[in-house]
Design a protein around this ligand. Structure first.
Ligand code: NAD
Length: 472
């Protein structure tokens, strides 16, 4: 299947039909790379969300009645269709995010791979059996769909973000309402279109709009059984509070202030390469970005010099919006910027890869996620000092250490407060079969991707079969 470029007018997808917002309102999406107009999308509010939730509610029982094997087959078809329009999909992502084409292509591939992995679960979706103190009693636990899933995601890697939630949600027999970021309506429209071509109407609905209107309505809808959210801790806190009030199942994957430690026995050149990629790829707009580079005193100067060299001219892509750029520049005010730190003189929202040093570990800059191409350099005495600094953070998503010492690596693995640890690599994320998530304010204990995602999108049902009632 070949797909044309992004549509100019993007409507919601409800019950298999494109629909404008009931209010008739829409919002404008601009291209981060040059600030030019890209498209308009429906500015949805409660009425639109209610319509999408009703469509999902209506479709869900029928969908849950389709075998898991068949649902898996359809997810595989979706992955194949996405692969078939790889170039067009990547082109749409480049237009709406400004990231380099190579990254966008990699993201399409990642979404496709997630589809293939999840599809296989249609032939597993294993339950459990257990023993019983009662004779002739068989006890088993089976996975059941949660019901209607409200899926709210960030803009940063749009297609993988949809794939990580929509694929396991539908595989498990849920119907979904996807609320994409207001920054990425075009990729969500493409994704919704693919789903609509292959799945029964109402199984995947897409509602565009800004978070405080469309997203909040989804969280507050009494008919949404599960809210699965990927975004900032600030929004996550609001969602936990409002979803919690009505006792919905709320799953939060939040931000990070991830640290990469460079020991004095590290391969310095590799450590620099990984630091650059971890801090600056996708303009630092990765939950797993290394925004804190923690370097042993004895190699600090050498590492700093190589890092600054590499940062100059590193191709990051722009940040997502004018507001985002202004927020990051505001946060840098007064900081000791040793590389970058200024807006690049061209249209769009470009920030030079930025390196800061001399920041106190308690300062706002150390504790706040900027979600931009900004890395802070810290100087530490030894491993103990490094681990203390790494753990001195409200977040705990990913982490990395560069060292030749197995002992140091294992100590770091044991003591670091993070959901992901990497030895001698970047603070990079996950592959489809690996659970991903964080501790502390990076999440609420759930893991996405991997078979762990099945826990998000199913509930356990314990079944007791008494096979010979007379003999129990
Ligand atoms: P954000 O919190 O501003 O927005 C995320 C989504 O929530 C968007 O769709 C937005 O419209 C919606 N939203 C905003 N307010 C809402 C509300 N009151 N109710 C419901 N929905 C609302 O985050 P962002 O700027 O899009 O993304 C950046 C953040 O996402 C960073 O903190 C990053 O670390 C995090 N992130 C985390 C992961 C992870 O797996 N842990 C992955 C990617 C991004």
């Amino acid at each position: 299947m070949s797909r044309s470029a992004a549509a100019i007018e993007i409507e919601n997808l409800i019950g298999g039909t494109p629909r404008p917002a009931a209010s008739g309102r829409s919002f404008e999406k601009l291209r981060p790379a040059d600030g030019a107009f890209l498209c308009r999308a429906s500015a949805s509010a409660r009425a639109d969300v209610d319509a999408a939730v009703s469509a999902a509610r209506e479709a869900q029982p029928g969908w849950a009645g389709v075998t898991a094997v068949e649902r898996g087959r359809l997810v595989r078809e979706l992955a194949l269709e996405l692969h078939a329009c790889r170039d067009a999909a990547a082109g749409i992502v480049v237009a709406e995010t400004g990231k380099p084409l190579e990254l966008a292509l990699g993201e399409v591939d990642a979404a496709v791979e997630m589809g293939h992995f999840v599809a296989g679960e249609g032939r597993r979706l294993y339950g459990r059996t257990t023993t019983s103190a009662t004779p002739n009693r068989t006890v088993m636990a089976t996975r059941r769909p949660v019901g209607v899933a409200g899926l709210i995601v960030s803009f940063n890697t749009p297609l993988p973000n949809y794939a990580w939630k929509v694929f396991p949600a539908v595989l498990c027999g849920n119907a979904a309402v996807l609320k994409p970021s207001e920054h990425t309506p075009s990729s969500a429209a493409l994704f919704g279109e693919l789903c609509n071509e292959l799945l029964p109407p109402g199984v995947v609905n897409v509602v565009h709009g800004i978070g405080s209107e469309a997203g909040s309505s989804l969280v507050e809808s009494p008919d949404v059984d599960l809210v699965s959210f990927t975004g900032s801790a600030k929004t996550g806190r609001w969602i936990a509070e409002h979803g919690g009030r009505r006792l919905a199942k709320v799953v939060l994957e939040l931000g990070g202030k991830n640290a990469l430690v460079v020991c004095d026995d590290a391969d310095l050149q590799r450590a620099v390469e990984w630091s650059l990629a971890s801090a600056f790829s996708n303009a630092g707009q990765r939950c797993a970005a290394a925004s804190r580079l923690v370097v042993f005193d004895s190699v600090y100067e050498e590492f700093r010099e190589q890092l600054l060299d590499g940062a100059q001219g590193y191709e990051t892509g722009p940040v997502i919006s004018e507001e985002s750029l202004a927020r990051i520049l505001g946060a840098l005010e007064g900081a000791r910027v040793v590389g970058g730190g200024e807006r690049i003189d061209r249209p769009g929202w470009w920030l030079a890869p930025t390196v800061v040093e001399g920041v106190d570990r308690d300062a706002d800059l150390s504790c706040t996620e900027l979600f931009g191409p900004v890395a802070i350099l810290y100087r530490v005495r030894d491993l103990e000092d490094a681990i203390a600094l790494v753990n001195h953070s409200p977040y705990g998503l990913t982490s990395a250490i560069h060292t030749a010492s197995l002992h140091r690596a294992m100590r770091f693995v044991d003591e670091v407060e993070a959901g992901v640890v990497v030895v001698n690599g970047g603070t990079h994320g996950s592959e489809p079969h690996m659970g991903f998530g964080g501790v502390k304010q990076s999440g609420t204990g759930w893991r996405e991707a991997g078979v762990e995602a099945l826990d998000v999108y199913t509930e356990w049902k314990y079944v007791n079969l008494i096979s010979d009632p007379a003999k129990t």
